[in-house]
Ligand binder design. Sequence first.
Ligand code: ARG
Length: 584
Amino acid sequence: MTIPNELTEQLGTALKAVLGDALPSEFTVPAVSVAQDARYGDYQSNAAMMLAKRVGMNPRELAGKVMEAMDSSLASTEIAGPGFINFRIHPECLAARAGQMLHDERLGVAKAAQPKTIVIDFSAPNVAKPMHVGHIRSTIIGDTLARLARFLGHTVISDNHIGDWGTQFGMILWGWKNILDQAELEKNPIDALLNVYKQVNLKCKEDETLLPLCKAELVKLQGGDEENLSIWNKCIAVTKTGLQKIYDQLDIHFDYWLGESAYNDALSPLVDKLLADGIARESDGAVCVFSDGYHKPQEDPFLVQKDGEWVPVPAIIRKADGGFLYATTDLATLDYRTENFKADAIWYVVGAPQEKHFKQIFDIERMRGISGDFRHVAFGSILGKDRRPFKTRSGDTVSLQDVIDEAIERATKVVEEKSPDMPADEKAAVAQAVGVGAIKFAELSQNRLSDYIFDWDKMLALTGDTAPYLQNSYVRVRSIFRKIDGEFTAPETLTLSEPAELTLARLLVRYAEVVPATLDDCKPNLLAAYLYELAKAFHSFYEACPVLRSEGETRATRLALCELTSRVLKQGMGLFGITMPDRM
Ligand code: ARG
């Protein structure tokens, strides 16, 4: 059990002992949290402040009584401010926990008590439509959530729900037949398709007779026309091959690629069912779902305020012309996932602008009586240094492939400078790890809901909260073991006495708390901030406490702290899909 969980339990027992029957039966002890100010303790609780009034006591008085009644084997306690209880973990207890970590390949991280089946829907670019920078965020955050959830013992199904059946195919089909450059298609299929799409898009703006021709191609495709189906199949195939190349470079894998087209046959029966069940109704020839009044207007995704009044914004699930929409596909997809994958949870890693869409989808599921841990894991935008959406010099969206290529090129320079004598193949491997790691860490160290500025120099810097800094820290720790020829045997017991040893041990032991908390909130930045703090604490420790020049128990303890630091850094960064090279 993690330290805060154990303290929370002990608090509960103490509260019962102090208050007896006066303890309200429905009261749950608030979880003990990390102390805001390390000078006063390691953890703190506001339980006494929350309860005092209800049991007619002064908070400090209650806190005092609880402290007396508390099991003191794990931590010493102190009252602070208006009635906080602060806990300071005994050094022997930290030493014992750190000692256990040495023999545990999970480094103290317990598996989830109730493992779930979680579908994670991420990346999901649209075929032949520009892969916007948002897909970098979705791809990297989604992959990390999948890794974290798997590590915590959940069954994870990663599904790339690519946009392979949109209206863009009208333009692509017309373009394929009329302007496609076959040579270009063979050389660089994704770009060739993208070019076709962009060109036709432009032409449609100049010449209004073109759009109907594109629409006719789309209708033929939807009607099962063989030629169009075969072109469509080719488009999907080349897109998948191109995407796979990127995913391989990023070390990202999907269990399924069930794109939008996989649900075509399910759409019509689904709409009929929603109509029959009275959840959807016709409106101006279209089929729509309206608010059922379940929420307050402010929280109702089917209402918007206009001129001081609430007006309906229904979810359209079938257009008057019979066509289906994004929402229809998502409803069918959700059905498939709950029925076939038996998903308890479905997490959609998609940009914040789609908030309303997902609220409506989840609400329609509620109306249908389908429940689960459905989450829209939203994120903000990536900005350029000018604080405007990140674009290339010519104003185009930045392709993920270009970002990866440039990152590796820049990382190669970093490695060249640091280790000119490294063999070429090792240099290449390190540059790959550093470059890809830099992009991933720059993403994951941000609060996903905020926008962030894409800054090459910052993300590749060897100082600050960057992948190269953490990778370099790892290299420094491992180099200590090279000096002792790798000989390291875990000591029976650790003895912690120096403040820097204690600070490092405290952080190491917290790893077990941070990993599950990171998944609970789908907030990779919690783990990223922790790893950065750990690396900094290691450097302070290494400056204050000689390792190789110390002796006996002290040396054994310090080597063990180094060993644990390197294991936590490697495993923690591994949960981000970031490789830690042994040298760089
Ligand atoms: N293809 C969509 C886009 O590029 C994202 C799909 C997200 N997943 C979903 N089930 N709607 O915006």
